[in-house]
Write a protein that binds this ligand. Structure first.
Ligand SMILES: NC(=O)c1ccc[n+]([C@@H]2O[C@H](COP(=O)([O-])OP(=O)(O)OC[C@H]3O[C@@H](n4cnc5c(N)ncnc54)[C@H](OP(=O)(O)O)[C@@H]3O)[C@@H](O)[C@H]2O)c1
Length: 211
């Protein structure tokens, strides 16, 4: 698959590397398109400005700062028409966590995923890898077996694509339904970060256990 990763931070770099290692043709994007010299040299993954990466990709992974995601999606909307966008962003507000809990800029029953979906209605957004830290995103080795990745979104085909990619990266997939589940999935980032922020414990992932 031809995948464009929009985001040059820890998440963008990790998923770009993981997806390339899984056999996909990957490009990574940043605002200027020329900040990742060492990363591109080491990995062979080319870098370009966000809009070029979005325009040329078949599937896009959105991994930018949550506060800028909606305006960026509006700006990139023409390049995203009809495409699957794997949305890894979380609606983390600027400012300090409260008692070790990240604060969100979204309301309790709304999500960034739904805002992005409304900003680019013809694009198929799926929540993807928002509930684990970048250090454990690719082929995590944890006691107890494979962890669970939670996806949701309005388009069944897009969720199928996201689920196949998550499985390639070493995860079981839990499909939680439409974009209306976005706030429940995004809340898992607050839960995931709490032990880290409170006890510097970042080595964990969620798994759904069944009899
Ligand atoms: N860190 C994690 O472990 C983790 C895990 C799960 C989900 N997430 C979510 O994944 C997303 C990416 O996280 P991250 O830690 O990799 O990096 P980040 O620092 O949250 O985001 C970095 C990206 O945001 C872009 N950006 C920042 N300000 C911008 C602006 N004003 N306009 C346009 N783009 C801007 C940067 O652009 P440039 O490329 O030009 O610098 C860069 O590509 C976040 O939404 C985060 O909540 C993070």
């Amino acid at each position: 698959m031809n995948i464009g990763v929009i985001g040059s931070g820890q998440v963008g770099q990790t998923l770009a590397k993981g997806l390339a290692a899984a056999g996909h043709a990957v490009r990574i994007g940043s605002r200027e398109g020329n900040k990742l010299g060492e990363f591109t040299t080491q990995t062979g993954i080319a870098e370009a400005p966000f809009v070029n990466v979005a325009r040329d990709a078949e599937v896009v992974n959105l991994a930018v700062k949550g506060t800028v995601a909606e305006s960026l999606v509006r700006e990139l909307a023409p390049a995203l028409v009809g495409k699957v966008v794997l949305d890894t962003t979380n609606p983390i507000a600027d400012g300090a966590p409260k008692d070790g809990i990240l604060q969100y800029f979204t309301a309790a029953n709304e999500s960034l995923l739904e805002r992005l979906q409304a900003a680019a209605p013809t694009t198929h957004f799926v929540k993807f890898f928002s509930s684990v830290g970048s250090g454990l995103m690719v082929n995590p080795k944890l006691q107890g077996g494979k962890p669970s990745m939670f996806v949701c979104g309005n388009d069944a085909g897009a969720k199928k694509t996201a689920s196949a990619l998550a499985a390639e990266l070493g995860w079981n997939v839990e499909d939680l339904g439409s974009a209306a589940a976005g706030h429940a999935v995004e809340a898992l980032c607050q839960l995931w970060c709490a032990p880290g922020l409170q006890k510097n414990d970042w080595a964990h992932a969620f798994a759904v256990l069944r009899p």
